[in-house]
Design a protein around this ligand. Structure first.
Ligand code: HEM
Length: 307
């Protein structure tokens, strides 16, 4: 994975690229290894890199404005990494073989979050792309919906991220989608006593049954991660959790576990606190497992190694 060293509408350009970038930030490493990244890394070699990427991300968001206003809460998956590949191609035209895919993705993710209402922060640059891409390195390194809060805290901690970082980063679910399979066990035959997960707002659960039927499930259908303000990066994700409107089991548990509920309340009450903690945690996250110097390579095409 090139970036290891880093919607309902398709407007989100399919934020799918975020899920991979943000979830896979976890692959191996620790936030302590922030290494020799710098803000002005491309100052001489590609001074317009941030402008080029920003313009591609903005263009992509402008492409489907009507879809953004859609009220339906299901959609078909889109083109995943497209925005990211496009940004890299645009950068290559001006600065061939200079800027890594990992840096393009880090900058594009920052821009996307800001363009949909979230905070903006300066990103360090100088990451290089990895030379290893193995599914086996993913397992155990990304959080799963069937994990407990303690297990997720432990995973984040193993990467140098605190419980607060984890709760703030989970605010990434303020945008984007999840496939039915990720929450279907919550809405049918939950357990011997409850048909629907009792921690879930029952009306919300029932509304998910139409797009996600028990039988003949369409594997391409997705539901909004933040049903209140799906296309805006804000703190409604946390407000939803306090009302039982968290889509994934792991989202909902954050509001119920004593280790995390205080943070959820704080973020729900104060969007600027959410933004502050989110930015701090994203900065840590974008330094995890990073390759610099002579390690790795600068991929020409983000989808494959150079040779
Ligand atoms: C805390 C543990 C976490 C778990 C268990 C988790 C799990 C998931 C799952 C299952 C999906 C749906 C994937 C799909 O069906 O395609 C998803 C989507 C997403 N996640 Fe997470 N996630 C976690 C943390 C994070 C963090 C820390 C971030 C970012 C900072 C993040 C950002 C996203 C985004 C943006 C999406 C939407 C992707 C899209 O629209 O395609 N998640 N997450």
């Amino acid at each position: 994975m090139a970036v290891s060293s880093l919607t309902m509408s398709l407007v989100f350009v399919k934020i799918s690229f975020l899920i991979l970038s943000l979830h896979l930030f976890f692959i191996p490493g620790n936030a302590a290894e922030t290494l020799s990244l710098s803000y002005d890394f491309y100052q001489k070699s590609c001074p317009n890199v941030e402008k080029i990427i920003h313009s591609v991300v903005s263009q992509k968001l402008l492409e489907a404005p009507a879809e953004r206003d859609s009220k339906i809460n299901l959609s078909l998956p889109g083109d995943g990494y497209d925005v990211f590949f496009r940004a890299k191609r645009a950068v290559e035209l001006q600065c061939p073989a200079i800027v890594s895919c990992a840096d393009v993705m880090t900058i594009a993710t920052r821009d996307l979050i800001h363009l949909v209402g979230g905070p903006r922060w300066e990103v360090t640059k100088g990451r290089r792309d990895g030379l290893i891409s193995k599914a086996s390195r993913v397992d155990g390194n990304i959080p799963r919906v069937n994990q407990s809060v303690s297990e997720i805290i432990k995973l984040f901690k193993s990467k140098g991220l605190s419980t607060l970082d984890m709760v703030a980063l989970s605010g990434g679910h303020s945008i984007g989608f999840s496939h039915c399979k990720e929450f279907i066990s919550r809405i049918y035959k939950y357990n011997a006593t409850f048909d629907i997960d009792p921690t879930m707002n029952q009306g919300f659960a029932l509304s998910l049954r139409r797009p996600c039927p028990k039988h003949n499930l369409d594997p391409t259908v997705v539901a909004l991660n933040d049903v209140a303000t799906p296309f805006v990066f804000d703190n409604f994700y946390y407000k939803n959790l306090l009302k039982g409107v968290g889509l994934l089991a792991t989202d909902q548990m954050l509001a119920l576990d004593s280790m995390t509920e205080g943070y959820v309340k704080r973020m729900a009450e104060d969007q600027s606190a959410f933004f502050k903690h989110f930015v701090a945690a994203m900065i840590k996250l974008s330094g995890i497992g990073v390759k610099t110097g002579r390690d790795g390579e600068i991929r020409r095409d983000c989808g494959s190694f150079n040779d």
